[in-house]
Design a binder for this molecule. Structure first.
Ligand code: PEP
Ligand code: MN
Length: 357
């Protein structure tokens, strides 16, 4: 639930409400609306709900107390109606623009990264990606260059002016990745690694949380809730495909997740057609589809010589293909831009969840 403070509530009244929440063993979390302050109660409310709601309603300065119907609270649009805009240097994600994150699956060498970074920057990418710590299905596959790759990423980011996103796989890596990267990525295999989520929740840099390949949208949002409730509100969601019975594609890109998330949450949503399809020639149509569905960003893997890539070469675009994608992506985004972020008109009854036939 959350408390809506009245427009002219005093500082003392706000503090009294927060103290009451803390005395109940819960945590108050602020959200500043256009006029009013909202205070969410974070923690297990359980059977106290009705009593607590009426006690809080009676406190001076309180306008109303509203239950949040969804299990995710801080990440829900009910609690935070305005879009979250994640700012990374000069790049904004979630402000109506489309952020393009591009770069190799793995950082393989300084030269390979520099060549890719310069080409994607030139073509109009806004963020550089590259894996330093690689979560490979086989322990015998290339595992990434680790800290050496982080140094190359920082150098390439500096040289091109692009902020850098890279994956962190373990709580013990958070400190070093935080030192070099601008956005910390949580990969699909770690979406429910709660100690890692809590660890990135304690830093200030933005976190890009990829969807678990077997996770429902609700489980994904609960994972985001771990990060936000640990203190980091700068979360970007990334739809990267889920595992289905289909085998022609590596995963199945859940395009409906994009507008659905825009209804359920205020967090920005990015789409990754590279890991979703696993096939180079499917990346462009699915990137365009993601933009058409209202994604706030697209993440694609790009390699100067995909046939020589140490990981995910089959799904990596060549530099030329990336330039071509950029030409088509922007006009599509312009077509859908400004159509409103929450696709559900206010007051519409929406049967989210269940719905199996
Ligand atoms: C990646 O983006 O480098 C990656 C490994 O993706 P995912 O976690 O979605 O498989
Ligand atoms: Mn990859």
């Amino acid at each position: 639930m959350f408390v809506v403070m009245s427009v002219n509530a005093s500082e003392a009244e706000i503090n009294a409400v927060k103290s009451h929440i803390i005395e109940e063993g819960l945590q108050p979390h602020d959200s500043r609306g256009e006029e009013r302050l909202l205070i969410a109660l974070v923690g297990e409310v359980g059977p106290r709900r009705d009593v607590l709601m009426s006690r809080l309603s009676a406190l001076p300065g309180v306008e109303s107390v509203t239950p949040i119907s969804r299990p995710f609270k801080l990440t829900s649009r009910e609690f935070h109606p305005a879009d979250t805009v994640v700012q990374v240097g000069e790049v904004a994600i979630g402000d109506g623009s489309i952020a393009v994150m591009a770069g190799p699956c793995s950082v393989e060498s300084r030269e390979q990264l520099m060549e890719t970074a310069e080409a994607v920057a030139e073509a109009g990418a806004s963020i550089l990606r590259g894996g330093a710590f690689k979560p490979r299905t086989s322990p015998y596959s290339f595992q990434g260059l680790g800290v050496e790759a982080l140094r190359y990423l920082a150098e390439a980011g500096e040289a091109t002016g692009l902020p850098v996103v890279t994956e962190v796989m373990d709580p013990s890596q958070v400190e070093v990745v935080n030192r070099y990267a601008d956005i910390l990525q949580i990969g699909t295999r770690n979406m429910q690694n709660y100690s890692l989520l809590t660890a990135v929740g304690r830093i200030e840099k933005p976190v890009m949380l990829k969807r678990g390949y077997g996770a429902t949208i609700e489980e994904w949002l609960m994972a985001a809730e771990y990060i936000v409730s640990s203190g980091n509100p700068n979360v970007i969601l990334c739809e990267r495909g889920i595992r289905t019975f289909e085998t022609y594609t590596r995963n199945t890109l859940d395009l409906a997740a994009i507008p659905l998330l825009h209804h359920l949450t205020h967090l920005p949503v990015v789409v990754d057609p590279s890991h979703a399809t696993g096939k180079r020639w499917l990346v462009k149509p699915m990137a365009l589809a993601g933009a058409a569905a209202g994604a706030d960003g697209v993440m694609v893997e790009v390699h100067p010589r995909p046939d020589e890539a140490l990981s995910d070469g089959e799904q990596s675009l060549t530099l030329e293909q990336f330039r071509d994608l950029m030409q088509t992506l922007r006009p599509i985004h312009e077509q859908v831009r400004g159509q409103g972020r929450d696709p559900v008109p206010a007051g519409t009854a929406l049967g989210v969840g269940g719905g199996r036939h």
